[in-house]
Ligand binder design. Structure first.
Ligand code: FES
Length: 177
C-alpha cells in the first residue's frame, strides 16, 4: 500500500508492504523502519488517528497457492533483528544446517536476494523474491521504480518491469539483480 503523510512537504505516498491481514477485525498490519520524514510522522500516530492509503498495489507472495506438503524456505532480513544461530550470511546458514526446500520466498536487502537468486538457479528451485525500490506514483505511471528483467515487456519491448505494479514479488529468474 502507499501511505500518505499528512505533512504537505512530503507529497508522495510511502510504499509499505502488508505484514498481516486480519479479516475479522478488518485490520491491516504494516511493519516499517523509520527512514525519513514520512515514516517518522507515521511513528507518531495514535490509536484512532486516520491515514490515507492507496492500494492494494502490485503483486505479493502467493504462498497459499503452494501444494500441500511443499517444503518452503522463507527468508526475511534487514529490519535490525539481532543475529542468532549460524554465523555468516543466509546461504551459509542454509549450507551449515543442510536445509532443503521445494520453493523459496524471500524479502530483504539486495545482496541477500542476489545470493538467494543464485542459489535457486544453481539448485533448480523456484524462488519468489520481493524487491524494494523508492517509489513515486505507486501505480505504474512514473517509471521511477523499474528493474531489469530477463524478458522483454510485451508492450514497451524493453527489458524492464515496474516494481510497484509488476512486482514487488517476482520469480527470481524473471529479474536481473
Ligand atoms: Fe511510479 Fe512505479 S512508482 S511507476
Amino acid at each position: 500500500v502507499g501511505v500518505y503523510p499528512k505533512d504537505k512537504s512530503t507529497l508522495l505516498p510511502r510504499p509499505i508492504s502488508i505484514c498481516e491481514i486480519d479479516k475479522e477485525k478488518n485490520q491491516l498490519r504494516l511493519v516499517y523502519r523509520v527512514a525519513g520524514k514520512g515514516t517518522a510522522e507515521f511513528s507518531n500516530l495514535k490509536t484512532g488517528d486516520s491515514v490515507y492509503l492507496l492500494g492494494v498495489l502490485g503483486n505479493g507472495f502467493q504462498v497459499d497457492k503452494a501444494k500441500p506438503g511443499t517444503k518452503a524456505m522463507l527468508f526475511g532480513g534487514g529490519i535490525g533483528v539481532p543475529p542468532i544461530g549460524t554465523k555468516g550470511n543466509v546461504m551459509d546458514a542454509v549450507a551449515a544446517n543442510g536445509l532443503e526446500a521445494d520453493i523459496i520466498y524471500a524479502c530483504g536487502p539486495m545482496p541477500m536476494l542476489r545470493a538467494i537468486r543464485q542459489y535457486a538457479i544453481e539448485h533448480d528451485i523456484p524462488a519468489y523474491i520481493s524487491l524494494e525500490e523508492r517509489m513515486a506514483c505507486g501505480v505504474g505511471a512514473c517509471l521511477g521504480c523499474v528493474c531489469k528483467t530477463t524478458h522483454k515487456d510485451a508492450h514497451s519491448h524493453v527489458n524492464n518491469a515496474r516494481i510497484c505494479t509488476d512486482g514487488p514479488v517476482f520469480e527470481a529468474r524473471e529479474v536481473e539483480i
